[in-house]
Design a protein around this ligand. Structure first.
Ligand code: HT7
Ligand code: ZN
Length: 871
């Protein structure tokens, strides 16, 4: 596969004003007729160069210009498409192709999922449907006719339905017209025997929009939450961004086989069933919240992505970073803002920082790729959202809103760049973002080192901030970033100090130099800084806090995020000491102050349950690994296990009391309070069961047997799988499966819990799971649950010292690559970061990677990831 560079971008030679598509659906031989109205792009130069049309795995039946069939000398077949000779500046191009949805296991283009036709065109799937200039800067008005047997009563595409009727031989047709120009990646088609839920939404200007959610009949009772979330998202986008929906209908379809979470096709969002279907009996609170955020995300794309789209795929974060920022704020407004921020930052620190430190590290706007689907990453999405959040912090809410209004107004109907976004923000606010743009072009996680000095006689306090950023592939030297550092200063009683004459107690320092000092005056005592409040920039920050200072921040900081962060720093310090003791054969001990801090969190009745639950979480093994310079997997597992056990034993009575207080029977509700209480209760259950005492396991069994919702049921199952004796664990696993084997989403949860189990020797259980009838290598959700659950969610067993986990992953990835290259490339990631591991584990990961490389004939997706990590 070849490398594509941003610097090589050229405007397209031809534009496509109209696209008429006509589908005759058949499982193995769907006929696709397309009629394109094409004209020379006036912005692209002189002459009439040949027209390149992308096409992959297509059978070309015919091609004609203005009705005249072209003979083979007028076009050249190439591996990735066809090159057509052109002799006029405007013409109609008619193409007929044949495709095979049934055998399409890549889940790109048109495919069948449980007997239902559906499409996935982002990023480059449309070229698997017909020959087309498949690039996002070609925007066209689409009309789509679908002809199918009447066993497929529901025939959907983008826009508004304009006609329907019978066809010969028990067939029927529906025609859809999308009045908005769009790139081919936003095209969608669905055909199946589906039921739907319907609702409506009145927009701010009084237009009535029909809302429909389509699923297989058996899931129709699981769509209410998504529809409710959709209406909330529509209202929120009007209130916060002034953005109204623009078509008369908005449809959502649930599909079981899907490579990602969902897809924002114009007026016809397609969702992975796991990200849209939920009922209290079958879905956990986390699932309900994920659905709300993804429904919001895809809806928000209607403006940030569809009305204003990307010029090329290097600009992916233009739509994804901005839309993740929008969905995060939506979720924060709908639920607990503090908890949402903590969850997002945990994800970023654990997984995006790892990406930045690994062989695939890339800037938020990458400057090259081999396969674009490998760049739907946490860097583009989550770090991209942090970059937008920093703009929000620097401009303030009003300046940011003026910037987004200008951006949408200026670029509506266009395909644009990250530069256009930043320029609109700058122009609207008159704030200089020249240096800030480096966040888009430089990869890596910046490191801030902060020192301070207090002059008692002058009453001045000086903070000195140094910034640096480690080298990443292809980028050795980094120039200083423009970093908003939000902070407050605390006095010895925990009060916020006033920072200026206006009574301000919090400020944003703008770090722009490699080293910079900031002075605060008129202070009567040395303050304690609360740094990087609300995680105001995606950086690592180092300040030599003592344990006492962290304990103080944990109980006094007015910034909830930093209270949690102080608890994490304390835990990291303790875990680092434990690892050191383990490595040197010393005695493992947890400081009494830490145990006391956990006790006081548990006993503090003034703290909200949501915060208590967060403060009690020990950092995951993966996040400890990410924070280590050299990852010593065995020491990490031993240290964390010891800390968990020690806390569980020392605070057994407190955990028990809290659990009992919260374990009251009541009807299910998704209120923020009830969600928080369930989380806290189940955190207590986890600590209790870590002791593996009969008393604790009996509580888990009781909860497992009597829970009236999946959050509690799944939490109980998880602790039984991890901590009960073999007999009790196996019985729970079996009973759960017998109860839920017909429900795809619950079966996925069940598979995932087993593959994440830290029971010793779990690999053999995972090997059995992939033989289980519920496992299917062609279904990405099942692959993510079992193979991903093991390689990404089971730190202790995947990193067993004999390397068997890595070899297992390599074998699975080799098989998977033949079916679904995108999913194979996603699953291989854990072993690509081999360089950060100590000794033998690094060597064994590398052997597994070489095995994949040598297996021959890799897809472009997998080749890019594996070859870059072996370099
Ligand atoms: N914009 C969508 C991306 C997506 C995707 C990308 C590659 C392969 C399959 C895919 N399915 C969806 C989803 C989103 O970010 O909203
Ligand atoms: Zn998106």
């Amino acid at each position: 596969p070849s490398t594509i560079y941003l610097k090589d971008y050229r405007a397209p030679d031809y534009l496509v004003d109209n696209t008429h598509l006509h589908f005759e659906l058949k499982p193995k031989a769907t006929l696709v007729k397309s009629r394109l109205k094409i004209r020379r792009n006036p912005a692209a130069g002189e002459g009439l160069p040949p027209l390149f049309l992308d096409g992959v795995d297509l059978i070309l039946l015919s091609i004609a210009i203005d009705g005249a069939l072209l003979s083979p000398e007028h076009y050249e077949k190439m591996p990735q498409g066809i090159l057509v000779s052109v002799d006029k500046p405007e013409f109609f191009l008619d193409i007929q192709t044949c495709i095979n949805p049934e055998d399409n296991t890549t889940l790109e283009g048109l495919y069948l999922s449980n007997g239902m036709y559906c499409t996935q065109c982002e990023a480059e799937g449309f070229r698997r449907i017909t020959f087309y200039p498949d690039r996002p800067d070609i925007m066209s008005k689409f009309t789509t006719t679908i002809v199918a047997p009447k066993e497929y009563p529901v025939l959907l595409s983008n826009g508004n339905e304009i006609s329907r009727g019978p066809c010969e031989g028990d067939h029927h047709y529906v025609t859809w017209e999308d009045p908005f120009s769009k790139p081919a990646y936003l095209f969608a088609l669905v055909a199946g025997n589906l039921q739907y839920l319907e609702d409506c939404f009145i927009t701010a200007s009084g237009r009535k929009v029909k809302l429909q959610l389509f699923t297989e009949e058996k899931n129709i009772n699981k769509g209410d939450h998504a529809l409710r979330s959709l209406k909330n998202a529509m209202r929120w986008d009007e209130a916060v961004y002034g953005r109204e929906y623009d078509l008369d209908i908005f449809m959502i379809v649930a599909v079981d086989h899907f490579n990602m979470g969902a897809m924002e096709n114009k007026g016809l969002n397609i969702f992975n069933s796991a990200c849209v279907l939920a009922s209290p009996e079958t879905a956990t609170d986390a699932t309900f919240q994920r659905i709300e955020s993804i429904v919001g995300h895809e809806y928000f794309h209607n403006w940030s992505g569809n009305r204003v789209t990307c010029r090329d795929w290097f600009q992916l974060s233009l739509k994804e970073g901005f839309t993740v920022f929008r969905d995060a704020e939506f979720s924060a407004d709908m639920n607990s803002r503090a908890v949402k921020r903590i969850e997002d930052v945990s994800l970023l620190r654990t997984n995006q920082f790892a990406e930045d430190a690994g062989p695939m590290a890339h800037p938020v706007r990458p400057d090259s790729y081999m396969e674009i689907s490998n760049f739907y990453t946490l860097t583009v999405y989550e770090k991209g959202a942090e970059v937008v959040r920093m703009i929000h912090t620097l401009l303030g809410p009003r300046g940011f809103r003026k910037g987004s209004d200008l951006y949408f107004e200026r670029h509506d109907g266009c395909a644009v760049t990250c530069e256009d976004f930043v320029r609109a923000m700058e122009d609207a606010s008159q704030i200089d973002l020249v240096q800030f743009r480096r966040w888009y072009s430089q990869a890596g996680t910046p490191q801030l080192t902060v020192t301070d000095y207090f002059d008692e006689t002058l009453g001045t306090y000086v903070l000195t901030v140094r910034q640096s950023c480690p080298p990443t592939p292809g980028q050795r030297e980094k120039r200083p970033f423009h970093i908003p550092l939000k902070l407050g200063l605390l006095d010895k009683n925990g009060n916020e100090l006033v920072l200026d004459g206006q009574g301000t107690t919090q400020c944003v320092l703008e770090i722009t130099e490699a080293e910079q000092s900031f002075e605060f005056t008129e202070l009567s005592e040395k303050p304690l800084p609360s740094l990087l409040r609300d995680f105001s920039a995606p950086v690592k920050i180092d300040y030599p806090y003592s344990i006492d200072q962290l304990l103080f921040l944990m109980s006094n900081d007015s910034d909830t995020f930093n209270r949690w962060d102080a608890s994490q720093r304390l835990a990291f310090l303790a875990l680092s000491d434990l690892q050191q003791a383990y490595r040197t054969g010393g005695v493992l001990q947890l400081q009494p102050e830490l145990i006391a801090a956990y006790r006081s969190v548990l006993l503090n009745r003034d703290l909200e349950p949501a915060l208590v639950a967060e403060l009690l979480q020990l950092p995951s093994e993966q996040s400890i690994a990410e924070a280590s310079v050299h990852i010593d997997a065995e020491a990490i597992v031993a240290a964390r296990e010891f800390a968990l056990q020690t806390l569980a034993e020392a605070l057994f009575g407190e955990f028990r009391a809290q659990y009992t207080a919260l374990n009251v029977r009541k009807s299910f509700s998704l209120s923020a309070k009830d969600i928080a209480e369930r989380k806290l209760k189940n955190t207590c259950l986890l600590y209790l069961c870590a002791t593996e005492t009969a008393d604790a396991l009996a509580l888990a069994q009781e909860q497992f047997d009597t829970a009236n919702n999946m959050t509690d049921k799944a939490a109980a199952l998880s602790v039984l799988i991890n901590h009960a004796g073999d007999k009790q664990a196996i019985a729970a696993i079996e009973q759960f499966y017998q109860c839920w084997k017909e429900d795809a989403q619950v079966v996925e949860l069940w598979l995932g819990q087993q593959s994440r189990s830290s029971r010793r020797g779990n690999l053999s259980a995972v090997e059995k799971l992939i033989q289980h009838p519920a496992f299917d290598l062609k279904n990405p959700n099942r692959v993510r649950a079992v193979i991903g659950g093991f390689a990404k969610g089971n730190f202790s067993q995947f990193h067993r010292s004999d390397g068997s986990g890595f070899e297992f992953l390599a074998d699975q990835v080799i098989t998977l690559d033949k079916l679904n290259p995108q999913i194979a490339a996603q699953q291989v990631i854990p072993i690509t970061r081999w360089k950060r591991y100590t000794g033998d584990l690094a060597r064994k990961m590398k052997i597994a990677l070489k095995k994949i490389m040598d297996s021959g004939d890799l897809s472009g997706d997998l080749y890019e990831v594996v070859s870059k990590s072996l370099n």
